[in-house]
Design a protein around this ligand. Structure first.
Ligand SMILES: Nc1ncnc2c1ncn2[C@@H]1O[C@H](COP(=O)(O)OP(=O)(O)OP(=O)(O)O)[C@@H](O)[C@H]1O
Ligand SMILES: [Mg+2]
Length: 485
């Protein structure tokens, strides 16, 4: 037992000591015995550090401290304390505490040595101190995180859930103005995303972090795929000084993922369709042949009514044949004859057909017949089918008439470039819940549609290294085709 000058010792019964400690509800207090084992902690200490009392009792102090002051030898500890107590101004002793979650609390320990009926006790009153490392946590976090261009950050007051600050990228991703959301409660901002709001509240109440929670955020006609992190900011003396929500934009990654899934699904459907299509086509050829023979005989015998029936049957057979043809194209494209071709000449070839269809539907076609684009390596006939399908869809969507615009441009992507063909209509647009599905086979909203048009387009473009995407605004749909050039 170290030799402690009696002037440095207070004499109190344990009971009186504990009731004395009870008066400091806002201060963290820890009591040590002569061997530097923890024998008592107050509620504030438990709350700030996250330990249970049973975790700490009988535990050596150094197992929860870090930094310069690490007391393992009672002589050293009491010497340090006594020398501090003998100074005219008690400066306190800097102490770093480790919380249950592995955070650090930078505190100043103000010690008292007490003689009780059970022996010497050392009482440490712990206060936050002005160490630069603790500073204003929210400010420090904000300075680094809010400036990061790659993540969207919202800083929150953890109790009221008011937004303290929001980074420019978060504003852009979520479609809000910074001035409109700062000081606003998160609940009003997340009004449309109840589930996510509940997850945030739960995380902040329990202190459990949320990592990479996937969510789809929609505003106006835009949709972003995000990953969300939620957590509390722990400061030196307060367990929860702030809270953060971090958003990472994974929209591009997700669309790549769905494209891969779609390609896989297309390949599977294709295999099934190819088998079925061949089996259908062969008997069709026989039926068609014999029907044509009947037709001839009927004409010879002036059986006009019967001839009309065979005409209808032949027409219907052609429809089946066409459908089967599309099936086959979906599964295994017909022998491709690729060459370097000008897309403008492909468009020029289909424009007469498009224009006559447009005329029927009271639609104006707007396109620059003088446009010149770099050549692409593709099959011209197949590209015709792509653009015909897209123009046909646009015209069919504009039941009340409108304008179909076809534009061409070149996009430079690093060292490679793409030609971009945009086909835009002024129809009703595509509902948000449908837009992700329209490239899937058999998805149609039309009474006589097959729902194969767009999946065939996607299949063809995929084979030439191209892509197709759709966006929809108030005033119609926009299909964008890109091909490497
Ligand atoms: N320009 C557009 N405007 C609005 N909706 C569209 C447009 N283009 C496609 N769609 C929607 O996408 C669905 C699928 O189109 P897709 O071309 O694959 O098949 P379809 O047009 O229904 O049938 P088919 O092409 O065999 O006539 C359409 O039924 C329609 O609901
Ligand atoms: Mg179509």
């Amino acid at each position: 037992m170290p030799d402690i000058p009696s002037a440095s010792i207070v004499r109190l019964s344990l009971q009186a000591l504990e009731s004395y400690c009870g008066q400091f509800a806002d201060t963290m207090i820890i009591m040590l015995d002569e061997t530097i084992k923890i024998v008592h902690v107050n509620t504030r200490f438990l709350k700030e550090t996250g330990y249970a009392e049973s975790d700490l009792l009988e535990r050596p102090l150094h197992t929860i401290t870090d930094g310069a002051v690490q007391w393992t030898d009672p002589d050293v500890m009491f010497e340090t304390i006594v020398s501090r107590l003998q100074r005219p101004v008690n400066e306190g002793i800097p102490l770093q505490l480790n919380t249950v979650e592995g955070h650090r609390i930078f505190a100043t320990a103000s010690p008292i040595i007490v003689q009780t009926e059970q022996g010497i006790r050392c009482l440490l009153f712990l206060y936050g101190h002005n160490d630069m490392r603790s500073g204003n946590l929210i400010e420090r976090f904000g300075e680094t995180m809010l400036r990061d261009e790659h993540i969207g950050v919202i800083l929150l007051q953890p109790e009221s859930l008011k937004i303290l600050d929001i980074s420019p990228l978060a504003c852009q991703l979520l479609g809000v103005e910074q001035s409109a959301v700062v000081n606003v409660e998160l609940s009003s901002f997340f009004a449309e995303a109840e589930k996510e709001y509940a997850i945030i509240c739960e995380a902040l109440a329990s202190g459990e972090k949320v990592r990479n929670y996937p969510l789809t955020w929609r505003y106006e006609d835009k949709q972003s795929e995000l990953l969300m992190d939620v957590g509390l900011l722990h400061s030196a003396i307060f367990a929860r000084e702030g809270a953060y929500i971090i958003f990472k934009d994974v929209t591009n990654l997700r669309s790549l993922e769905t494209q891969v899934q779609r390609s896989d699904r297309l390949a599977m459907i294709g295999q099934i369709a190819a088998g079925a299509a061949h089996e259908i086509r062969n008997p069709l050829t026989a039926i068609r042949g014999f029907l044509q023979m009947f037709r001839k005989t009927m004409i010879e015998h002036n059986m006009n009514k019967e001839k009309e029936y065979t005409d209808i049957m032949l027409g219907e057979l052609d429809r089946i044949n066409h459908l089967v043809g599309e099936f086959l194209l979906l599964s295994k494209p017909k022998q491709m004859t690729t060459s370097w071709i000008g897309v403008e000449s492909v468009l020029r070839d289909i424009m007469p057909v498009v224009s006559s269809e447009a005329l029927l539907h009271n639609v104006t076609v707007n396109w620059d017949d003088q446009m010149e684009l770099p050549r692409v390596l593709a099959d011209g006939e197949m590209l015709k089918q792509v653009f015909l399908n897209l123009c046909k869809n646009g015209i069919e969507a504009m039941t009340e008439g409108g304008t179909l615009t076809v534009r061409g441009s070149v996009l430079q992507l690093g060292k490679s470039s793409r030609i971009v063909i945009e086909i835009q209509d002024t129809g009703p647009g595509i509902p948000l819940d449908l837009i992700n599905k329209i490239f899937d086979p058999f998805v149609t909203t039309k009474q006589n549609g097959t729902g194969l048009g767009l999946s065939v387009c996607q299949r063809i473009l995929h084979d030439f290294g191209g892509t197709i995407s759709a966006t929809s605004r108030d005033k119609g749909a926009l299909f964008t085709v890109m091909l490497p050039c």
